[in-house]
Structure formats: C-alpha cells, structure tokens
Ligand binder design. Structure first.
Ligand code: RIB
Ligand code: NA
Length: 311
C-alpha cells in the first residue's frame, strides 16, 4: 500500500475565543484569550494519525489565500503528503469561529468556503491514493456527496473505511452505512441520526444497534468522559470502553484526536480487537483535552507511553 491513512475532508482556520461561559443570543461577553489555530475535522484527524507515526495523505481544498498557504505548510510540517491538497481562487479557506468556556465546553460556527468546492474531479485525481491506502477516513464538513463518493471508491477497492458523520445531518444518505466499516459518531450525532435520546451507556448501545442495522460493519458511539460503546456486526454483547479520568481544559477536537488514533490503529494493528483500538484511542484523545487548542494539543508518538504502540 502507498499510504496507511488517507483522509478526504475539511480544513478550517480556527478562530478561538476563550470566555468564562458561552454567550446567549444577543449577548456580548468579555473573553480572556484569543488565538488562531489549524482545525477542520478532516485535517485534525489526518494530523493526529500522522503524529502517531503512519504515512498519511490529505485530499482537500483550501483557498488561494494566506490561510490556505499556511495550511499547506502545516501539513508539510506534520509529514502529511500534500499532492492532493488543492487551492481555489473561487472561495476562501474554511473558517471556524469557536468559543471555549471555562469548563472546556465549546460552541462552533463553521463557514466551509473552499471545502465545498472539493468534488468528483479532485477525487478522480486522488484515486490512486484512495484505492491504495490501508484506511480511508471521511466526515461531513465537505459536500456529503463528495464524502460518499470517496467512501464508495475505497469500499470498491476493499480499503477499510471509517466514517465520522460530523457535523451530523438529519437526511444522511443511507448508502453511507453500507460503505462504512467503522461508523463512529458522538452522542449528539447518534441522537440526530436515530431520533432517540443518547445520554447514557445503555442508550448509546441501543442507538448503536439501530445504526448497525442500517448496514455498517461496526459502530462506535463516543460519550465524552463516559468513554464509548463499541458494537460489531453479528455480536450482541455490550462493550463499554471507559475513558481515562482527566481534567478537561479544552475538548475542541477531542473527537478528531480519537478518530485519527483509531485510523492509526486500524492501519498499523489491523488484527487488534476494535474495543482495544477504541480504548487506546480514548487515551490519546484524553491527552488532547488537557491542553488548549485543537491540533496544538494532539500528542505525538514520542509523548505517549510505549505500551500504546505494542500489539
Ligand atoms: O472537531 C473540531 C473542529 O470542528 C475544529 O477544529 C473546527 O475547525 C471545526 O471544524
Ligand atoms: Na485540546
């Protein structure tokens, strides 16, 4: 295989304000810190996988602007292959306005910009990478049809797929389930997709069973500090993987750290049980929540204990 992990997805410039709490509608509040960072769910997941030590490529579109130029350099700095990172003068690089409160919770508005211009033509160019990777990862910050097409290309070539339906949309094309080897969502995405409440481990398990029925190979529903539940096709036992107990400073991108780590384990340790991959991915994401920022808080292999990388 040419690559271990290929991500077809989004890049965003994160404009982050830290404030004591999230503002209400019509309200202005004082924050205490502002910073700009590299974000976007697709890129975040790719960078986390790369930092754990696998060969990655990103398929995405940024603007022909300062933020786009900077983003390409960021991929290079992280060892991500950039041949399929395209620049367009028809739209600006995607941006995310993020507010993080003192409890580490966040609220985000994204303006996808150039991300929405990624389409069939770029996928065709990237086909050699998409069809010759160990793992392909997609999300929903680009046009859903582009994500689905990439997932189908991978699936047709027997490439393992991870689908992260984030941010969730109510009318998700049912074909997404069919081409997902691992369908990984958080509690609110699971709620939107199943129309049921997902607040506890039991409810997550029930929602996971419903998603599994729709045709995916396995389902992971993440529950923040409650860890995640893992469901495999053909098995009915409840597998709850608890999360490490940590003090969260900024949970932005924790889900992306989890997915990036999961992709790393699927590529590098394909025979490891999925719940063990999820357990280790929880540990990696647990490191990311203890620092501010998104990619700035994602750990490198050298920051983590050796046993995270043993069979
Ligand atoms: O998942 C976190 C990411 O969501 C942020 O980096 C922001 O860019 C938004 O896309
Ligand atoms: Na963080």
């Amino acid at each position: 295989k040419v690559f271990d992990v290929v991500v077809v997805g989004s890049c965003m410039t994160d404009l982050v304000s830290q404030a004591p709490r999230l503002p209400k509608a019509g309200e202005t509040i004082h924050g205490h810190k502002f910073f700009i960072g590299f974000g976007g769910k697709g890129a975040n997941q790719c960078i986390q996988a790369a930092r754990l030590g696998v060969k990655t490529a990103m398929v995405c579109k940024v603007g022909k602007d300062f933020f786009g130029d900077n983003y390409i350099q960021n991929f290079k700095d992280n060892g991500v292959h950039t041949e399929f990172v395209k620049q367009s003068s028809d739209a600006a690089t995607g941006a995310a306005s993020i507010t993080v409160d003192d409890a580490g919770e966040n609220a985000i508005v994204i303006v996808a910009g150039a991300n929405m211009l990624l389409g069939a033509e770029e996928l065709q160019e990237a086909l050699p990478a998409i069809s010759h990777t160990k793992v392909l990862v997609c999300q929903l910050e680009i046009r859903p049809q582009t994500s689905l097409q990439a997932m189908c290309m991978a699936h047709d070539n027997k490439v393992k797929t991870i689908f992260n339906p984030a941010p969730a949309i109510p009318d998700l094309d049912p074909d997404f389930y069919r081409v997902s080897d691992v369908f990984c969502c958080n509690e609110s995405e699971a709620e939107l997709l199943t129309g049921t409440s997902v607040a506890s481990v039991e409810e997550a398990h029930r929602a996971g069973q419903e998603l599994l029925k729709r045709g995916c190979g396995s389902v992971i529903v993440t529950l923040g500090p409650q860890g995640c539940v893992v469901l495999k096709g053909g098995e009915s036992t409840l597998k709850h993987v608890p999360a490490p107990v940590v003090t969260a400073v900024d949970t932005t991108g924790a889900g992306d750290s989890f997915i990036g780590a999961l992709a790393f384990y699927m590529a590098n340790h394909p025979h490891m049980p999925l719940e063990e991959m999820a357990r280790r991915a929880n540990l990696v994401a647990g490191v990311s929540v203890q620092d501010i920022g998104t990619q700035t808080s994602f750990p490198y292999r050298r920051d983590l204990p050796n046993e995270y990388f043993q069979e």
